[in-house]
Design a protein around this ligand. Sequence first.
Ligand code: HEC
Ligand SMILES: [Cu+2]
Length: 318
Amino acid sequence: MRLDPIELGSFWMPKQSSTIAQEIDTAWYIVYWLDVVMFVGLMVPLAYFMYRYKRRTAKDKVSDVTHSTTLEITWTIIPSIMVIGLFFVGLSGWMKAMVAPGNALEIRTTAEMYMWTFTYPNGNVSVNELVVPKGQPVKLIMSSKDVLHSFFVPEFRVKQDVVPGTYTTVWFEATENRDTILFCTEYCGVGHSDMMARVRVMEKADYDTWQETGLMPGEKPLPPAELGKKLYATRSCNTCHSLDGSRIQGPTFKGVFGRTEQIADGTSVKVDENYIRESLLEPNKKVVSGYPAVMPTYKGLLKETDIDALIAYLKTVQ
Ligand code: HEC
Ligand SMILES: [Cu+2]
């Protein structure tokens, strides 16, 4: 999936687009600059002493100082105070990041090789596109269908493992009316680097419209073939099916409609409306010979109009 690169907010960091981003960055910068000061403060004198007090001849005296209690107490107490200070800086941000506000909008999130599925409170589903209202806390209740994945939105400064067989949660409140990127940040297989999703942040009113009608801000209903073309990209068919005849994970869509396909059980089938429908709802019923049975089912994820639209679109891919 092709996405615009994330914008940088500073030399080190992407833009801050959530309510906790600022605090996380502040903690990070404190640690960072402390490290810089300590590193320089230790290494420069060290280098100087090595040069200045180098033992040059056998006659040079070796110091008889064995230790200095004052120095030892100083270099124990000062770093201890710094580390305790850092603990409280971190604790404050960590508590905020861990505990979602009670009024958070809950979105069920499922990760699987190699896509993200989001189910909204009213039953709407979006694939590889997380749609959230600006200025409202959002809590994701996440799990994985297969292996370990991890949810990471750099602009929001949130990151959380997504684990099979259990729920993990993460929350954020988006502050910018701008799209950004969600990455899988746990190596999960050959398609890992493609496992990204667009995060679309919009005004609450636009979000409500999208929930009701599926239309993004400024969008009009599309003719079926065009809607299908859009779904091909937004429902991540494009991660496995090419349009130009090349083989990715699945067979190319070039000339797919009307093509006769060899099925792994030895039979063959002509690609028509019903076969495409079945491929979407029960992909493993007829597996194309020579391909792995990795296509996920889209049952419950595509509306009837979406299925019609995809069929209309596939007819046009020649
Ligand atoms: C994770 C990879 C993956 C994704 C995502 C995926 N498919 Fe597939 N698809 C496959 C594979 C592999 C096959 C061949 C094996 C089989 O038949 O199950 C296949 C087969 C098909 C077939 C039968 C093709 C033929 O030549 O017989 C159709 C139609 C199809 N997919 C449509 C779609 C559509 C539409 C989408 C998006 C809504 C989609 N697929 C998403 C992997 C994928
Ligand atoms: Cu992953």
